[in-house]
Every structure is written in structure tokens, then in C-alpha cells.
Design a protein around this ligand. Structure first.
Ligand code: WT7
Length: 567
């Protein structure tokens, strides 16, 4: 039996207060995500239940109970407190998907500090931008990523603590650096959790927009209410489930549904540090007996490409419920999953800013392949007319996806950027920045983004960040970064570049530029293609017309460019 029951009935009667009561929260009470995912579950008598089964890429396995997790997070929290980390300070996690990343997240929150997870594939420049903006005080990292931190430490006066979780003493640590051994340290039985309340800041996730540098979406401890109940109703988590979220906690899916939601439900999670390959993934599902699987369209298309024969090599009969997020889930992928696993992937839609799933397909509700489904109970969603910001009444007409505030996990600001935050609200609605239509049955159909942000493999990459980095290359005079279609990743980055006098286009230069961006920013931001152009199309006011370049890549009708020129 699904938790959500009949969707329409639940939608009609649900209030967030119901979710508060269910988790045992009374307005005004202290609430701390770190403690509520660990201590609270142990207090329910589940201390000996497995919380995390972790498998490294070399097959190493580590297993932790909820009580182990309580102790590890206490130990991390006590370590930070002993180093003078105060509530409200920003503590970054810059690690691969190792247990220290998961427990570090909850440990930081127990101290009342703000946790700032960053994708470990980020290069120094991506890291610097985000640490400088947040004024981060401490960073947890691994030996393999230490060089990237060292390269920028002199530009980060507020960064006073660099914690290396796998130091083996082979190379001397430098000033500000310290070693911490999570499993080997004496475990702290009792830690006085900082008494955070609903509106205390919790998580800072950086996300990209069209203009300016990445913005820190700031969340609060009260978000737990949304993450708990959406994990229960959408992912359909039950007591005996073995849940696998394939997302990296450097991105919001990996924290809201790779840490907070499932553990607040007391559910066993498994994590693999192995790279993407059908054999690796199916083998993992088979070994772990995964029952609920939350993944992304790029991964599903990647699996489709490897075919059904490899699916049949494994016993995947444990799978009970499948969900997807991050990009449009095409109907073919939904139908393929039915053929491959006997289950359809349920598309879910949300954002870093929403903190939780806001539009989704639910167990028991008929799936229309290609549709994102319907608003979560407690969420009012609409598509708005882009000129009036009023809901569009006509079925099938395209408008802006908008959510009516508030809901518990709504972001509370962009870090030190209240102006940009306010601009996301119009006429009493939060504007997601995406376009969709709603059909006669109330199902939402995604059309596309309403800005120039590139969505590659479910990760948002801001054109501004790429273009700024490109300008640091000696050969580049000006550039535009746009998304071009890709059969697996949906979009990949393509850079249009005008060279400075004295430089001539060549394959060598193209590769050099690609590599330059990969190292500075990340493999995701690296252009897969560079096109050298004499100059870039601009509006009359001088803005580069990315949309024109993008439309050309997608073979779209550009139509009347006068609107573009007046941009
Ligand atoms: C953007 C948010 C929170 C999930 C991870 C990404 C796109 C997300 C879908 C979907 C079509 C989707 C949107 C959205 N997106 N889910 N089911 N169908 N597009 O979080 O990095 O903040 O990205 O991802 O464009 O605005 P994010």
C-alpha cells in the first residue's frame, strides 16, 4: 500500500501541519536536521538498523547503523566545535561520495553551522567563486582534492580550517590544514546539539543563473518537514526499503533525497562510489537488493544505450519503485524502463530553490509518459502568462511554471543577494524559470527553460561562469556559451569564440581551450565543441544574443529577431 493513497483525495485534504504532526514537530520547537536524521531515529528504537551501506569503486564495503551514524555525526560536530566553528559559519564539504561526506553533512548541522556541499569534480576556479561568496570558514576534503584547495587558499582569508579526512602522514600538512579520521577517532557519545529552530539556516547550495556568478540558495532547518513527507509520499519509502539515490550531494537531489528525506524516514540507504556503467549499476542493485531507486534521465538514457541484454544478466527483481529528476524524462525512456525493469520511472520536478519535489508522478496515479505529473499535496502550482503573471486558464497553453509561497523547504534567500531573490517572485508567485503547459487532466508538460542556463546531464551550468573563465584564456577576445542537443546528456556546452588579433583557429587551440575550462571549472562546464567566429551577434544594447546561437544549434525557427535585438 502506498503512503500517499489516492492522490486526488490526499491533495484535497493535506496540510503541512499534518506533516509536522506526523514527524512530531510543534511550532516553536527546536528542530535540527542533523539530530532528527540520527538521534531521533535511535530514540525510536532503530539504533541497530542499518543506515548506510557504502561500496567503493574497488569493491570495499562499509556499513553503518543509525547508532553508528549518531556517533559519527557527534564526533564530527564535536571536532568542529573544538576548533571554534560557531553556529551560522559556513562549512564546505568537498569530497567524493564517501561516508565522511554523508555524515559530515549531518555533523555540521548538529553544530548549528551552515553546510555548503560542493561537487568534488569542481576545479579551483569554481571552488574559489563559491567559497569566496559564502565567506566559508572550514572545508572538509580528501588528499586527492587538496591541491585544488591549496591553489586558492591565499585568496580566501576567511578559510581558517582545511580538514583532510584521509591523511596518512605521507606528505606534511600545511598551515590551516588538519587531519581528521572519522572512523578512527574516539567516538563522542554525547553532543549538545545546537538548538536550531525552524528558521535557522541549514544548507547553502550554489546554483547557476543566466547572469552573474553562481548564487547560494539558502535553506533552513524547517525544510525537513517537506523533505520528510515528499520522500515518504513520492519515493514511497517504507520501513524495509533499501533505497538508492544516484545523485551526488554536491547537488540538491543528493542532499534533500540522498541524505535528509530518507534518513528522516529511518530508511536504509546504499551508496556506490563507482562510476556510471550499466554493469556496475545493475550489479549494485542486485547485490544491495535495492527496492527504491531515484535517478536521472541522462543515466536512464545511458542505460538504454547499453541495451536490454545487459539488463537480463542481473536479478533486478528487488526493484519496487523508480523515480527520476533533473531534466525532461522523455516518453521513450519511461516506456523502456517498463520493458527493462517491469516498472515505469516516475518523473519528478523541482529545483535547488524549491528544496523538495513540487510537481510529480505518484504511486497509484496513472502515468502519462512524458509528463511531469501533478503538484505535490500542499503545493499550489500554475503556469503563468509571462506578461501579466496571472495563471493561464486555457488548457495546453504554454506559460511560466510558478509555485505559490510558502512551503517549508522554499529557499529563504540567495546568499547576500536579496535583490536577485526578490526578483524571483512576481504577483505573489515564485517563478521557477521554466516553461510548461497543463493538460485537461491537470498534468504538467515541461517545455523548456525560460533563460540561457544550460542543463547538461541534469546539472545546471551558467553561461556567464563559462564565458568569464574563457576570457581568462589569452587567445579569447569574446565568447558565448550555449547548450547544444545531445542524445544522452540532453545538452552539452558549445562555445562560440572570437579570437584576439594574432591568434588563428586550430584544432590544437580548440582542445587547449576545452581543457582550460575543464580544469578551471569542471568536466560538466567543458565545451564539447568550440566554433571560432569572427564576431558574436549582439543586441542593439550590446548583449550577446545567446538565444539566436542556441536556436541555430537546435534547428529551431528563430523567427522575428527584432524582439531579441531589443532585449
Ligand atoms: C532545473 C533545476 C532538483 C533536481 C535537480 C536539479 C530542470 C528538474 C526536471 C524535470 C524537466 C527538470 C528544470 C529546473 N528540471 N527536474 N522533471 N523535467 N526539467 O536542480 O540544479 O536546481 O535544476 O532542472 O529546468 O528548473 P537544479
Amino acid at each position: 500500500m502506498s503512503h500517499i493513497g489516492n492522490y486526488e483525495e490526499t491533495y484535497a485534504k493535506f496540510t503541512w501541519r499534518d506533516a509536522e504532526r506526523e514527524i512530531g514537530y510543534e511550532p516553536g520547537d527546536p528542530i535540527n536536521i542533523g539530530a532528527w536524521c540520527t538521534d531521533r531515529i535511535c530514540a525510536q528504537g532503530k539504533g541497530r538498523k542499518t543506515a548506510l551501506v557504502w561500496e567503493g569503486h574497488d569493491g570495499t564495503r562499509k556499513q553503518y547503523t543509525f547508532d553508528d551514524m549518531r556517533l559519527r555525526t557527534n564526533t564530527i560536530a564535536a571536532f568542529l566545535r573544538s576548533h571554534g566553528i560557531e553556529p551560522g559559519e559556513r562549512v564546505c564539504l568537498f569530497m567524493d561520495k564517501i561516508p565522511e561526506l554523508y555524515f559530515g553533512f549531518l555533523g555540521v548541522l548538529k553544530t548549528g553551522a551552515i553546510v555548503q556541499p560542493l561537487f568534488s569534480a569542481f576545479g579551483s576556479e569554481s571552488l574559489l567563486t563559491r567559497l569566496a561568496d559564502a565567506g566559508t570558514s572550514a572545508i572538509f576534503t580528501q588528499k586527492k582534492h587538496l591541491a585544488k584547495v591549496r591553489a586558492i587558499v591565499d585568496q580566501l582569508p576567511s578559510l581558517r580550517l582545511i580538514i583532510v579526512v584521509d591523511d596518512d602522514g605521507s606528505k606534511p600538512l600545511r598551515e590551516r590544514e588538519t587531519a581528521f579520521d572519522m572512523d578512527g577517532s574516539p567516538q563522542v557519545e554525547h553532543f549538545d546539539v545546537h538548538p536550531t529552530t525552524a528558521e535557522s539556516p541549514s544548507v547553502l547550495h550554489y546554483t547557476s543563473g543566466t547572469t552573474g556568478k553562481p548564487k547560494g540558495a539558502q535553506h533552513v532547518h524547517y525544510s525537513l518537514i517537506s523533505q520528510y513527507i515528499t520522500a515518504k509520499y513520492v519515493l514511497d519509502l517504507h520501513e524495509d526499503d533499501i533505497y538508492w539515490c544516484t545523485a551526488d550531494p554536491g547537488w540538491v537531489t543528493g542532499t534533500s533525497y540522498g541524505i535528509i528525506g530518507p534518513w528522516a524516514n529511518g530508511v536504509t540507504q546504499c551508496v556506490t562510489d563507482a562510476g556510471f556503467k550499466a554493469d556496475n549499476w545493475y550489479g549494485f542493485i542486485e547485490r544491495m537488493r535495492v527496492t527504491v531507486w531515484y535517478s536521472a534521465p541522462t543515466a536512464i538514457r545511458g542505460l538504454m544505450k547499453e541495451g536490454l541484454d545487459v539488463v537480463r544478466k542481473y536479478d533486478l527483481s528487488s526493484l519496487r519503485h523508480l523515480c527520476s529528476v533533473g531534466e525532461p524524462l522523455n516518453a521513450e525512456a519511461v516506456l523502456w524502463s517498463k520493458e527493462a525493469f517491469g516498472k515505469m520511472f516516475h518523473d519528478t520536478f523541482w529545483q535547488t530553490e524549491t528544496g523538495c519535489i513540487v510537481i510529480s508522478n505518484y504511486p497509484g496515479m496513472p502515468i502519462k509518459p512524458g509528463s511531469m505529473g501533478k503538484p505535490f499535496p500542499g503545493i499550489t502550482a500554475a503556469v503563468l502568462d509571462p506578461s501579466t503573471y496571472e495563471p493561464i486558464a486555457v488548457k495546453g497553453e504554454v506559460g511560466l511554471i510558478a509555485i505559490r509561497p510558502p512551503w517549508p523547504s522554499m529557499f529563504r534567500t540567495y546568499w547576500k543577494n536579496e535583490e536577485t531573490y526578490k526578483a524571483k517572485f512576481r504577483n505573489g508567485w515564485y517563478i521557477c524559470g521554466d516553461r510548461a503547459s497543463i493538460d485537461e487532466d491537470g498534468y504538467f508538460w515541461f517545455i523548456g527553460r525560460d533563460d540561457d542556463v544550460i542543463n547538461t546531464a541534469g546539472h545546471l551550468v551558467g553561461p556567464f561562469e563559462i564565458e568569464s573563465a574563457l576570457l581568462e584564456h589569452p587567445a579569447v577576445a569574446e565568447s558565448a556559451a550555449v547548450g547544444k542537443p545531445d542524445p544522452v546528456n540532453m545538452e552539452v556546452v558549445k562555445a562560440f569564440i572570437a579570437l584576439k588579433p594574432g591568434y588563428t583557429p586550430s584544432k590544437t587551440l580548440e582542445l587547449e581551450i576545452m581543457n582550460f575550462i575543464r580544469k578551471k571549472l569542471s568536466p560538466l562546464a567543458m565545451p564539447q565543441e568550440v566554433e571560432f567566429v569572427p564576431s558574436l551577434p549582439r543586441t542593439r544594447s550590446g548583449k550577446i544574443m545567446r538565444r539566436l546561437l542556441r536556436a541555430r544549434e537546435w534547428g529551431e525557427e528563430i523567427g522575428d529577431t527584432s524582439t531579441l535585438e531589443n532585449d
